[in-house]
Write a protein that binds this ligand. Structure first.
Ligand SMILES: Nc1ncnc2c1ncn2[C@@H]1O[C@H](COP(=O)(O)OP(=O)(O)OP(=O)(O)O)[C@@H](O)[C@H]1O
Length: 611
């Protein structure tokens, strides 16, 4: 076999010189050694790289080798730039050329020294498509210039790929979940370095640390980042989300309980100026760690920052949120990536994926029956729940040292108590066919078997490029309150009685304990939440509901004691002295509250789960 001075086979069938015109989109080819494969003709196309093994073998045995190589190369002969997350020149070193020995047909490996560059690519796992696996191709050439030119050209092509982040603010919660937050970040950090994504990393020292940093950061500084990444659980993400939205999302509140029967327009006439007067103040309660907004206080220092700075408001097309799962439940990551895998999440972030996420604005009007305070806002990305859910979070806080197991323990304890709570829930009815028509407004039938929402066959669950989430016509625009579009022709319905729980699922809330989630067909950004009311029922029935929740393919909502309403807004009043809510896994005391959905208010570095 004849080789030229670069160690490559003289190959007249590959006339193309390496890049000549400097255009990363043009087609160019060069011969390279592909590590562990052999000599290939590498081609740079407009949308990716492809390569073919050079057919250099001539003997009968070599034909076998050649066929074998072709088979290998055919299955791995191209990568799209959309899947390439890094290309790096790695200098002089060994490249291994595999070939089959002629007699025994055993694999032998020859090594050659040359200049090399690596192309880092994402593949879908064959067994679980939502799982992303990084792989690397090492190409070698004796000529330094050729190697560097290719690296530059590929990098130029990657720069043209849509909206990849360059600078990220990363918060790591070291004690999240089983306490592996730092280790999880250390495992994925090299992916960010390879991809040349700069990260400013802050390891939190206490609850509220991320919040304190984010509420004092100026808009100018925040604008330096393409997004913020939480390495932690749903509760930690919620802290970060609230820290940004409470100051940087301006919108009127949803109707307060009791006010909803008035025309909704009157609520919406609250001027944005009023909302701008809101200030940040730490919550008075130990459990409520997040800062809260009140409606009538003096303008605080953070608000002044907003005035002096260039504006930074949500919705924000450029700025995205990322989550690298390290928590106890990680429902948001599972619902938005289809996997609970730090590497997959890191790759979603690096490749600049984007999915819009509905956010619920939850407003507490009264903390206890007797209290008389200003409204207080909290944002939720996945779930807000009262009754059973509030009790579990209250109980589990006592056993934080147990790690994720605290939820099993607290859940069992609360389940055995089988408490129910008297309350009134009002919700905007948007889709009569989606709930048991008329039953909610008619007290004579509200306790009947008509409560249940029969499982609707053919309902699509949310997937990457979901048609429902992408639908624009007649729907609220991204970032706008879903309630706003429902001013005309819609009515408020009421459900009153004793409830084991009142839950509002903004997304499906899929997790390892509930493989289909609470609401299997909830969408990431359709502008609705799913109100799930579990009426008082015999203990075994509730157990049966929980068992359904834990089984794949079983419907936990298909019971006559369960009401399910898809709605953009609801109000809640407890008839007890106080009430405890669980908002994204964090405790929130509220006796009276209301909530509304903002369609796709924030963007996440994710695609939605793959089919
Ligand atoms: N260094 C820290 N020490 C203690 N608590 C912290 C620290 N950093 C953040 N926190 C708080 O811990 C809470 C829970 O965080 P996280 O969600 O990551 O944990 P988790 O174990 O998954 O719990 P959850 O089930 O709520 O998701 C958050 O409210 C966050 O504010």
């Amino acid at each position: 076999m004849e080789r030229d001075e670069n160690g490559l086979i003289a190959d007249n069938s590959c006339p193309n010189p390496p890049f000549t015109d400097g255009d990363p989109g043009s087609v160019s080819s060069s011969n390279f050694f592909l590590d562990h494969v052999g000599e290939v003709v590498l081609t740079h196309n407009s949308d990716g790289l492809s390569w073919k093994l050079v057919d250099s073998l001539h003997t009968e045995e070599d034909k076998f080798s050649c066929l074998r190589f072709k088979f290998v190369s055919q299955s791995e002969s191209e990568v799209k730039f959309a899947d390439v997350y890094a290309v790096n020149f790695i200098g002089w070193g060994l490249v291994h050329e595999s070939s089959l020995g002629s007699a025994e047909r055993s694999v032998s490996v020859h090594s050659l020294e040359m200049y090399r560059f690596t192309v880092h690519v994402v593949h879908n796992s064959k067994t679980q498509t939502s799982l992303w696996i990084p792989s690397v191709y090492t190409f070698g050439h004796k000529n330094l210039e050729i190697c560097k030119t290719w690296v530059n050209q590929i990098n130029a092509s990657l720069l043209m790929e849509a909206k990849r982040p360059k600078n990220l603010l990363v918060f790591v919660h070291p004690k999240s979940g089983k306490g592996h937050g730092c280790r999880i970040w250390e495992a994925v950090a090299p992916l960010f370095s390879q991809a040349k994504v700069k990260t400013k990393v802050i390891v939190t020292e206490r609850a509220g640390h991320a919040r304190d940093i984010l509420v004092s950061i100026t808009n100018k500084d925040l604008n330096l980042y393409d997004g913020v990444v939480a390495v932690g659980g749903d509760g930690f993400f919620n802290e970060i989300l609230n820290s940004l939205l409470l100051l940087r999302h301006k919108a009127p509140y949803p109707p307060a309980p009791g006010n909803f029967m008035h025309p909704v327009e009157s609520e919406w006439n609250i001027s944005v100026q009023n909302v701008e007067r809101t200030v940040f103040e730490p919550c008075k309660h130990n459990e409520d760690e997040s800062p809260l907004l009140t409606g009538s206080e003096d303008v605080g220092p953070q608000s002044q920052i907003c005035e002096q700075d260039p504006e930074f408001l949500f919705p924000n097309e450029k700025f995205r949120f990322g989550i690298i799962p390290a928590g106890s439940t990680d429902a948001i990551v599972i619902c938005t990536t289809g996997a609970r895998d730090p590497v997959t999440s890191a790759l979603h972030i690096i490749l600049g994926k984007r999915v819009h996420l509905d956010i619920a604005q939850v407003v507490r009007w009264k903390e206890t029956h007797a209290s008389n305070e200003e409204p207080c806002v909290r944002y939720a990305a996945s779930f807000a729940g009262y009754g059973f859910y509030g009790d579990v979070i209250t109980e589990s806080e006592k056993y934080r040292w147990m790690g994720p197991k605290r939820y099993d323990y607290a859940g069992t304890k609360v389940f055995l108590q089988h408490r129910s709570y008297e309350a009134e829930v009002n919700y905007l009815e948007i889709e009569p066919e989606n709930s048991t028509s008329g039953s909610e407004t008619d007290p004579r039938v509200s306790d009947s078997i008509l409560w249940c929402l029969p499982r609707k066959p053919g309902r699509a669950s949310c997937r990457a490029n979901c048609a429902v989430c992408n639908m624009k016509s007649n729907e609220a625009m991204v970032g706008s309150p879903s309630l706003a579009r429902d001013l005309q022709g819609l009515r408020w319905s009421k459900s009153k009685g004793r409830f084991l729980s009142v839950g509002a699922a903004i997304i499906s809330c899929r997790n390892e304990k509930a493989p289909d989630g609470l609401v299997a067909d909830a969408h990431l950004s359709d502008g609705y939440l799913h109100l799930i009311l579990i009426k008082e029922c015999p203990h075994p029935c509730y157990l049966w509901h929980l068992i359904h929740l834990a089984r794949k393919g079983w419907d936990p909502l298909d019971f006559n004691f369960v009401e399910h309403h898809k709605t953009p807004a609801f109000t809640f009043t407890s008839f007890g002295k106080e009430g405890v809510w669980n908002v994204d896994g964090e405790l929130f005391r509220a006796h009276q509250l209301s909530a509304q959905v903002f369609r796709g208010l924030v963007s996440l570095f994710a695609t939605g789960p793959e089919a």
